[in-house]
Every structure is written in C-alpha cells, then in structure tokens.
Design a binder for this molecule. Sequence first.
Ligand SMILES: NC(=O)N[C@@H](CC(=O)O)C(=O)O
Ligand SMILES: [Zn+2]
Length: 430
Amino acid sequence: MNILIKNGYVIDPKSNLEGYYDILIKDGMIWKVSKNLATENVHYITANRVIDASGKYVMPGFIDLHVHLREPGYEYKEDILSGSRAAAAGGFTTICAMPNTNPPMDCEEIIKAVIDKAKDAFVNVLPVGAITLGQEGKEISDIPALVKAGAIAISEDGKSVMNSDLYAVALKQAARLGIPVFAHCEDKALSKDGVINEGDKAKKLGLPGISNSVEDIIVARDIILAKETGAKLHLCHCSTEGSTYMLKIAKELGINVTGETCPHYFTLSDSDIPGDDSNYKMNPPLRSRKDVEAIKNALKNDILDIIATDHAPHSEEEKSRPMKNAPFGIVGLETAFSVTWTELVTTGIISCRQLVEKMSVNPAKILGIEKGCIGEGLTADVVIVDPETEYVIDKNKFLSKGKNTPFHGKKVKGRVLYTIVSGYIKYELN
Ligand SMILES: NC(=O)N[C@@H](CC(=O)O)C(=O)O
Ligand SMILES: [Zn+2]
C-alpha cells in the first residue's frame, strides 16, 4: 500500500523540519518528504491512497512509555488487542506495556508471550520487564534474560522496590545492559491506605490522604541511586512540585534522569474532584493547584521530558465502587492528544514542536529506538491531526474496554484523524 499525504503541515523536530510538505509512504517506509509531490513523477510510484491533509498537522506517531494492557491475567479490564486499538485511535504508533499483569511480566516466557500476542496488535507493543519476581520486592528477576527475550526497559510499576539495596543491584544491571528503568515513586509505608491527595478535599470527603512526601522521598532516593549506579532513570507520572525541583537539580548535576507526567496532572487538581467518584482516583493522586502549576511550568521549561498516559483501564463495576474501595487508575490513550493540545498548546504553554518532542521524539530517545521521526528511509509511523476541530469527549465512544476517565464530557480542541503504523492506516476517524 502506497500512501501520499498532501499539503499537510509537517512538524518533525528530529529532522528539524517544519512547514508544508507532502509525504510519500511506500512499502511501510517514508519514501519521500518534499514540497509539491505529484504521484506520477515519483519514480513511477502511484499512490493507492491520497490523503488531503490541508489544514492538518502531520507528526511522527506518538510513543507512550506508560500503558497498562492488562494481559495476561486481567483481560476483563483490557487486552493487547483492545488496548492497542485504543492506542491507534489516540495517535500512538508505539506503546510500552507495563509489567503489573497477572502473573507479572517477570520472566522470559511471559515477555515472549506478550511479544507473540502483540504481532496482531494495531500498534507496536514493547514489553517492560518486572524488576522483582512476582513484583514482590524480595528477589530480583533475571534481568539479562528479560532483555534477551525483548524487554525494552524494567519497572516495578504500581509500586516502588522499597528495598534500596535490591533496587541498586537492579539499577546496576540495567546500566550495564543499557536499558532504562521506569520508576513509580511511592513510599509505601507513608502512603498507607491513602486514597486521594492529602488536603482539604480529602478532609471534606473523609478519605485518607496521600502526601507529596510519598512521591518526593522516592524521587530523591532514585536520583541518588541513579547517580551512584549510572542507570538511565525515568521517573514515571510525576505529580508534585518537589519532583520537578529535584528533576531540575538532577539534570543540572548531569545525572542521567528523565521525567514524565500525564495529562491529568496538568489539567486537574484535587479541588476538581466532584465528590466520591472513582474516575478521579489514580496513583499518584490529583494534587493541589500549586502542584499543577509546577507541572505545567516544568513542561514549558523542558524539565519534564515526556507526556505519557498511564492508561490504566478497570472494569465498570470496579470503578463504580466508592473511592475507598476502587482500584487506582484512569484510561488515557484516547484523550491524551486532545487534552494536551487543549490545555498546553492552545494556551501557549508549550509549542506544537514541544508536544511532538514530549509525545514522540523524547520517548524514542529514552527507548533508544529509531522512531519519533519522519525521515526518509525510516519506518512510516505517522499521525495526522486536526488542530481546529472541537468536540466533547465521550467515554462511550472509546475503543478501550476501560471507560474510567475524569474527562467524560470535557470540551476539547484538536483531534486525531489518522494513525499510520509501518505504512498501514490503523486508525481513521469517520
Ligand atoms: N496509575 C494507577 O493509578 N494505576 C496503575 C498502576 C500505576 O501506574 O502505578 C494500574 O496499573 O492500574
Ligand atoms: Zn505507576
């Protein structure tokens, strides 16, 4: 299948290309990027499909470092096929699958099974291996075997490895193997049975709170250990002002650390929680307005490098429970681009270029993969968006099995129109 994308506004920071270009995709690859490409004069190649992208933006496909696909074990929440389909609808062409499955992705066999299953997926799925066996925090997984089987990174996501001695060993191994460590920063002894951010809202709802120190303490520890071990540390879902300050200092000191946040942390604060509604329950929790401002500022100043979704689907039944008893997590694949465009780009907090850097270029760089770019000769992973369309988010239209979102009914601007993975149109808005 050959595709010609005509008249689109291309934003490709890695090639330092921004402007109106046509793109010819052939045999799964970016064949030509040029002004005024006509099908007939491109080496006799005719396009089977011509996409008129006038007034649209063309970007390298988004890469999500933080997705919970729930397979194996929790297929009632999501599976590789449904989650990857939702990813394509969100403009993502590559996603990382977190290991907190059942059983966790802590051995060669499970990593291989996920890779095998992902052959039918709508987008590229890259598995992340669990740091400890069963994610129990007691015994380290066979990390070299996980990497050999295809794990792109390691993580204990859902929790932290609380034993610093064990964690340091894992960091050293990751450093030696050249893979990043995705860190969920949460001091379990401190967070206890906390449900939402510590503060007025928690008091009002009579719910146990989660303080900023729960995150900040482990962020500090992990940065210190990254310095000592030389590991490539990636801080997942940063939500606090403190995290952004420590990230800034760590970068200034030349420590190999990157930071991620998610759309909900720069859009909502705990004061937006309307009542006992579990669609507002996630870990880390929605923080104070001051934290939200700090997160936005850190995105603007490129202290935070990555916008990921932390797509965490749960069943209707699980999320209709009162906050105290519902699992943590919200879905995000199908809302991330529109929410980010609305909250950060149309407001001038970040540029389009920065959006592409944070959702495509930087994730590719962290993973060390040749993606996040529309360069000639590279695999054709491309997203086409409409920057002007306004619509209302409707969870009932999600392709994900998970409908648990606090953004249902939110009016947004900017919409994904096409997602092209390895030269195939995997999503098209109709
Ligand atoms: N973020 C969440 O609230 N939940 C995630 C786990 C995680 O990413 O920490 C999940 O797996 O449900
Ligand atoms: Zn996490």
